[in-house]
Design a protein around this ligand. Structure first.
Ligand SMILES: NC(=O)c1ccc[n+]([C@@H]2O[C@H](COP(=O)([O-])OP(=O)(O)OC[C@H]3O[C@@H](n4cnc5c(N)ncnc54)[C@H](OP(=O)(O)O)[C@@H]3O)[C@@H](O)[C@H]2O)c1
Length: 337
C-alpha cells in the first residue's frame, strides 16, 4: 500500500446499519486497506439520496449486514493498492462511489476501486463534488437518450427534485422543451420562477387533459418517470403514439402499471434506466468524454442546491429531515468536521 506520507489510522468512525430497515449507529470500526486496483478515500462530504433511503429500507440492492451506507461522496485519495490507476489517483481530490455491495461513503474512510473515483476540477467544492456521480451524470445521460432517440421534447416527473432542476437548466441551455410534473402547488411556482415554461401539477383535476394536450403540441415522446406505479399508466396514455417511457425510480413504491393497448396498438415502449447499467454498456472513450462534459457543467447547469449540512454522527437526524423535505435541496453529511 502506497500512502505518499498520509497517516492512516487503525480505526475510524462510521455509520452502520445492522439489519434491513433498522436504525443507524455511529461506531468505531477498522479502517479498510485498499487491495490491488483499489484506493482509500479520506471522506469529506456525502449527500443523502433517494437511493440511500431505498437501500436502508432493504428494498434496493442485495447486501450483507452490518454495512456502512452512502452511495456517493467526495474526499481525498490517501492510500493506493497496487496498479497504475490507484497510484495516479493518490493525493487527488475526488468524487467517489463504493464497491458493488461494499461499505459506503458515510464513514471517515472508504475503500473502493480506482475506477470508482473521478478527480474534481479545482473550481468545484468538495460539497458540490460529493454529488457529481449520481444526479449530474443521470441528467446528462437523459439528454443523451433524447438526442439518440431523436426526441423533440421530454416529460419528467418528481420535477422539483435536484435531478429535475438540473434537467430544467440543461434543456433550457439546449433549447429542448421539457414538461415538468410536480405534485404540490408550491413546486409549480418554484419551477416557473426558475424559468420552466411547462409545469403541471399531478394533483390538479385537469392534469391528464393538460398533459395530453401539451405532449401532442410539443411532440414530447420521451417520458422520464421516477414515480411509476399508477402514474406510469397515465403518462403512457397521455403520450403521443410511438413514445418511450423510461422508468428510472419507483418513488410511489407501487408496481408499474400500464394498459397493454398503449404498447400493442400505439407502438409505445417501456424501458428501465439505471445509471450504472447504462454506463456499463459504453466504451471507455465514450465514458471519458461523458464524464468530461459532466465535470464542465458541475458549476452551472448541473449544480445542486444544498439546503442543510449535518455532521456524520447526526446521520439519523439528517435522514429524518430529508424524508420530510425532499424537494428543499440536498442534505449533506460533512465528514471529519
Ligand atoms: N435510475 C437512476 O440511475 C437514478 C439516478 C439518479 C436519480 N434517480 C432517481 O431520481 C429521483 C430524483 O433524485 P434526486 O436525488 O434528485 O431527488 P431529491 O432531490 O432528493 O428529491 C426527491 C423528489 O421526489 C419527490 N417525490 C418523493 N416521493 C414522491 C411520490 N410518491 N410521488 C411524486 N414525487 C415524489 C419529492 O417531491 P415532494 O416534495 O413532492 O415529496 C422530491 O421532489 C429519485 O427517485 C432517484 O432515485 C435515479
Amino acid at each position: 500500500m502506497k500512502t505518499k506520507g498520509y497517516k492512516i489510522p487503525e480505526t475510524m468512525k462510521a455509520i452502520r446499519q445492522h439489519k434491513a430497515g433498522g436504525g443507524l449507529s455511529y461506531e468505531e470500526v477498522a479502517v479498510p486497506r485498499p487491495g490491488p486496483g483499489e484506493v482509500l478515500v479520506k471522506m469529506e462530504a456525502a449527500p443523502v439520496n433517494p437511493s440511500d433511503l431505498a437501500l436502508l429500507s432493504g428494498s434496493y440492492l442485495e447486501r450483507s449486514y452490518p454495512f456502512t451506507p452512502g452511495l456517493e461522496g467526495s474526499g481525498t485519495v490517501v492510500a493506493a493498492g497496487s496498479g497504475f490507476l490507484p497510484w495516479l489517483r493518490l493525493g487527488s481530490r475526488v468524487a467517489c462511489s463504493p464497491l458493488h455491495g461494499g461499505d459506503g461513503t458515510w464513514a471517515a474512510y472508504m475503500r473502493t476501486s480506482a475506477m470508482n473515483v473521478a478527480p474534481l476540477p479545482g473550481n468545484i467544492s468538495s460539497e458540490q463534488g460529493a454529488m457529481m456521480l449520481v444526479n449530474p451524470m443521470t441528467a446528462m445521460a437523459f439528454m443523451h437518450l433524447a438526442r439518440e432517440g431523436k426526441h423533440r421534447a421530454m416529460v419528467n416527473n418528481a420535477a422539483a427534485s435536484a435531478l429535475g432542476k438540473m434537467l430544467i437548466r440543461l434543456t433550457q441551455s439546449h433549447g429542448m422543451p421539457l414538461i415538468n410534473i410536480v405534485r404540490k402547488e408550491e413546486h409549480l411556482h418554484e419551477l416557473e420562477a426558475m424559468g420552466a415554461r411547462h409545469v403541471l401539477n399531478s394533483s390538479s383535476p385537469n392534469f391528464k387533459e393538460d398533459l395530453s394536450r401539451l405532449t401532442e403540441e410539443l411532440n414530447a415522446t420521451l417520458i422520464l418517470d421516477a414515480v411509476t406505479g399508477k402514474q406510469a399508466a397515465l403518462l403512457l396514455d397521455a403520450a403521443p403514439r410511438g413514445s418511450t417511457l423510461v422508468a428510472y425510480a419507483r418513488l410511489s413504491g407501487e408496481p408499474l402499471s400500464a394498459d397493454p393497448h398503449a404498447l400493442i396498438t400505439e407502438e409505445k415502449q417501456i424501458q428501465g434506466f439505471q445509471l450504472g447499467n447504462w454506463l456499463h454498456g459504453k466504451s471507455l472513450p465514450f465514458k471519458l468524454r461523458f464524464i468530461g462534459r459532466v465535470r464542465k457543467h458541475l458549476g452551472d447547469d448541473l449544480y445542486s442546491f444544498i439546503s442543510r449540512s449535518y455532521p456524520l454522527q447526526k446521520a439519523g437526524e439528517a435522514l429524518e429531515h430529508y424524508r420530510a423535505n425532499m424537494s428543499e435541496g440536498k442534505i449533506l453529511l460533512k465528514i471529519g468536521s
